[in-house]
Design a protein around this ligand. Structure first.
Ligand SMILES: Cc1cc2nc3c(=O)[nH]c(=O)nc-3n(C[C@H](O)[C@H](O)[C@H](O)COP(=O)(O)OP(=O)(O)OC[C@H]3O[C@@H](n4cnc5c(N)ncnc54)[C@H](O)[C@@H]3O)c2cc1C
Length: 404
């Protein structure tokens, strides 16, 4: 006999669990919900970092934060950012455990592991029929958070699924990264100060930088990141990362405690976004969410806080309006500014480091953080525009208008 639900959430990653959590804490009259996830077990596969926000329900779970951050240019010019809104770190395993625990406490919602959708959903007689490896499930509403294109963590040695042509069509730029959490015998790190971007020599393919998050004097997460027209696999980033770690650890021995990697689309084009929808449902009863539905901010790749905002909104519309909310779209001005910025970087990767350094040194920190966290005012946008080289941006603007 097939099972039937009011709501099925496909994918128990960040968006699926966040929505499950928001529904679970409403208690009372929530729809009968099933959350399906192929994994059998959650591991500490990623760390989420974000600027503190009072609306973030997971702020108190963060294991570390920094009020001082460095941005370092390729010729070692350093900008120190001191902020009243700390940069926080949430470990993946803590988020997974906490959300699963809350979900388990509400009998109206069930998380089932080891189950995946194996065929696109069909709509029959007012119900979505979902074919899984464990049979068919019927549901009135569906929220689909499968990663269609990327944001997948490619392990070292694992080939990337997307062809080059696809990658170029999907997004303006790709943020690819490989990180090691390392532990050194000697106290090498300052846990009060993180390095947001330490740029490597400019080149014509990508803007590359190292990201260092010291958690204790002995332990730090060190990542090598690229913003490029193409995504890079973990294997391709490996030599760069190991070289950077050698420099940072000054040849001292270190142990690798954990690795993480991924490729996130920055500035997904509208065609790719609609193609990323697995089927075009045109209905309020089947919506897409998560990074594959555009949750990552184009100019930064940050998605966690945006997913939380969506999850709160989506739980509200499910309970009050009987339909789920899709991933929220950015305002016109944010979309245009991000697109302009990404295109300028794509066409001038060698200038990327100086652009970022200009942003961090010329815009007041609170303004910049508001802009980066989708909370910018018109004054904040203006400050960002004024901080950047005018000629380059006017040229970019001209190109953008011509290609509309
Ligand atoms: C290593 C890493 C670090 C990151 N760090 C940050 C950060 O610091 N700050 C930030 O803002 N963003 C960060 N991101 C970006 C973003 O926040 C994460 O990718 C986030 O997990 C995206 O959530 P999601 O729900 O879209 O995708 P996911 O969390 O990947 O969830 C999708 C889920 O769908 C499941 N699934 C796949 N196929 C099927 C199927 N057929 N049927 C059912 N389920 C399926 C998957 O198993 C997965 O659990 C990071 C990403 C990665 C990869």
């Amino acid at each position: 006999m097939r099972s039937q639900y009011d709501l099925v959430i496909i994918g128990g990653g960040c968006s699926g669990l966040s929505l499950g959590y928001q529904l679970a804490i409403l208690e009372g009259n929530i729809p009968k919900t099933l959350l399906i996830e192929p994994r059998l077990k959650y591991t500490n596969d990623r760390t989420w970092c974000f600027w503190e926000d009072t609306h973030n329900p997971f702020s108190t779970l963060c294991m570390h934060h920094w009020k001082e951050l460095l941005v370092v240019s390729e010729d070692r010019e350093t900008v120190l950012i001191c902020t009243g809104r700390p940069y926080q770190l949430l470990a993946g395993d803590i988020f997974y455990e906490y959300t699963q625990h809350k979900i388990a406490s509400n009998p109206r919602i069930e998380l089932r592991l080891g189950i995946r959708l194996i065929k696109e959903a069909e709509y029959k007689n007012g119900l979505w029929l979902l074919t899984t490896n464990q049979g068919i499930i019927a549901s009135k509403l569906v929220v689909d958070t499968r990663p269609s294109l990327t944001s997948v963590a490619y392990a070292i040695g694992e080939p990337m699924e997307n062809s080059t042509i696809n990658a170029l069509e999907i997004a303006t730029l790709w943020q690819s990264f490989l990180g090691y959490e390392v532990e050194c015998e000697v106290p090498l790190f300052d846990p009060h100060r993180a390095t947001l971007m330490d740029f490597c020599d400019p080149n014509s393919e990508y803007v590359g930088f190292t990201y260092v998050l010291p958690i204790t004097k002995h332990i730090a997460l060190i990542e090598f990141t690229t913003f490029g027209a193409l995504p890079y696999s973990a294997q391709e980033l490996l030599t760069h990362l190991e070289e950077k770690i050698q420099n940072i650890t000054q040849g001292q021995t270190y142990q690798i405690k954990r690795t993480e990697s991924g490729s996130i689309p920055m500035g997904m084009n509208q065609d790719a976004l609609s193609r990323s929808k697995f089927n075009s449902t045109n209905t309020l009863t089947y919506v897409y969410a998560g990074v594959s539905a555009g949750a990552a901010r184009s100019a930064t790749g940050y998605a966690f806080q945006r997913i939380q905002k969506w999850a709160i909104e989506c739980a509200f519309t499910i309970v009050n309006n009987a339909h789920p909310a899709p991933q929220l779209e950015d305002s016109f001005i944010v979309r245009k500014m991000d697109s302009l910025f990404l295109n300028v970087i794509k066409n001038n990767p060698k200038l990327g480091p100086s652009l970022f350094v200009a942003l961090f040194s010329n815009v007041k920190t609170d303004r910049l953080i508001r802009f980066l966290t989708d909370q910018g005012s018109m004054m904040d946008y203006a400050a960002v525009v004024l901080a950047l080289p005018k000629r380059l941006f006017l040229k970019g603007l001209y190109k953008l208008v011509l290609h509309r």
